[in-house]
Design a protein around this ligand. Structure first.
Ligand code: ADP
Ligand code: MG
Length: 338
């Protein structure tokens, strides 16, 4: 079973002494995680035997369509939801049996905006750091809070009340809140959904810096170009199962095919429409080689539907994602490295 093959499980089985054991430990280890939500009439299997490790220092992407189980997996990791089966460890700490130690390693930016409207931004951050018991060196801690505020463009909002902030500003505070206890593992659940370009750039610069400094990052996002640019490795979830797990470059290379992008004014011939990705007038079609490109272009001409603004490029992560999500049935076991 895949769960038995994780590094953490191997280290445990080999009874490696604790110190080595910790050094070997992945930052996050999901082992056969299953979660079902059931009520009187229905049962939803939100996670189905999810197993993979995230090594310390990785920038890891968790991708999947709405409802794939990303937030559920993060809730299990955060100890907010109990898995129906399997286990999750953070730097070797079980998220159930060793909750406090596991939670202390984690900084979680939730998908939903949750905050206390009665406090200022700075108070919110101080309360959070008190909650993690990092009060010991108050000056160093205040300096870190100032650094967080600065890096997230919040300095001039430090004394503003939470309820006075715009949605984008609240999201920045959520990020600062997650980082206030300097967690080794930073988890971001769709942090850029619906936020402006400026915050996205501020956020990614800062998170990339923290990652360079050694923090592990787990990111879920709908913006595949962000994942492609930032993540070294990616897992894709579909209906609660891991359907792809590889380095970003291997995912791109494994499916490397040429993409034809063009615009049309008339309906596509049915044979092409069946394989095309269409957004308004823009059409994207895969082609293996020059011969196939010629075949497509001549089919368009004969159908009285010539290609305009033609571009030929390599498949990007979005192409790979769509191919995996809509492609042949998944082989999750084969996707999990031994
Ligand atoms: N508290 C809950 N009760 C019942 N079903 C839930 C609950 N939370 C999530 N689900 C279901 O679990 C599945 C996965 O949801 P979620 O983890 O939020 O997906 P994602 O974050 O990938 O969009 C969905 O079918 C969702 O409806
Ligand atoms: Mg979600």
């Amino acid at each position: 079973m895949a769960a038995a093959l994780t590094l953490a499980a191997l280290a445990r089985r080999a009874s490696i002494p604790a110190a080595y054991n910790l050094a070997l430990m992945p930052a996050v280890s999901f082992q056969g995680v299953t979660k079902t939500y059931a009520d009187a009439r229905t049962e939803v299997r939100a996670l189905d035997d999810v197993s993979f490790d995230i090594e310390s220092g990785e920038f890891f992407g968790l991708l999947g369509p709405n409802g794939a189980g990303k937030t559920t997996l993060i809730s299990v990791l955060a100890g907010l939801t109990r898995a129906s089966a399997g286990r999750v460890e953070v730097h070797g700490h079980d998220v159930v049996g060793d909750y406090a130690a596991a939670r202390r390693c984690l900084g979680i930016v939730p998908q939903e905006l949750v905050f206390d409207p009665f406090f200022s931004v700075r108070e919110t951050l101080r309360i959070q750091s008190g909650y993690f018991g990092v009060r010991s060196d108050k000056r160093a801690n205040d300096a870190w809070i100032d650094e967080l505020l600065f890096n997230l463009g919040l300095t001039d909002k430090a004394d503003a009340n939470m309820r006075q902030l715009s949605g984008g500003m609240k999201r920045r505070v959520l990020v600062a809140q997650a980082l206030v206890h300097r967690p080794r593992v930073i988890v971001l659940d769709e942090p850029t959904a619906g936020v402006d370009v400026e915050l996205r750039q501020t956020l990614w610069q800062f998170v990339a810096r923290l990652n360079k400094e050694g923090h592990t990052v787990l990111l879920t996002t709908h913006y595949l170009e962000e994942a492609e640019a930032l993540c070294g490795r990616i897992a894709m979830l579909k209906q609660g199962r891991v359907v792809a797990l590889d380095s970003t470059s291997a995912l791109l290379a494994g499916r490397a095919s040429t993409m034809l992008r063009f615009k049309v004014d008339a309906p596509l011939p049915p044979a092409l429409a069946a394989q095309a990705r269409v957004t308004g007038r823009t059409v994207q079609l895969k082609a293996r080689d020059a011969q196939e490109i010629e075949t497509i272009l001549s089919a368009l001409r004969s159908a009285g539907c010539p290609a305009q603004d033609l571009e030929i490029g390599r498949a990007d992560l979005e192409d790979v994602f769509l191919e995996i999500m809509h492609g042949e049935s998944a082989h999750p076991a084969a996707a999990v490295p031994a």
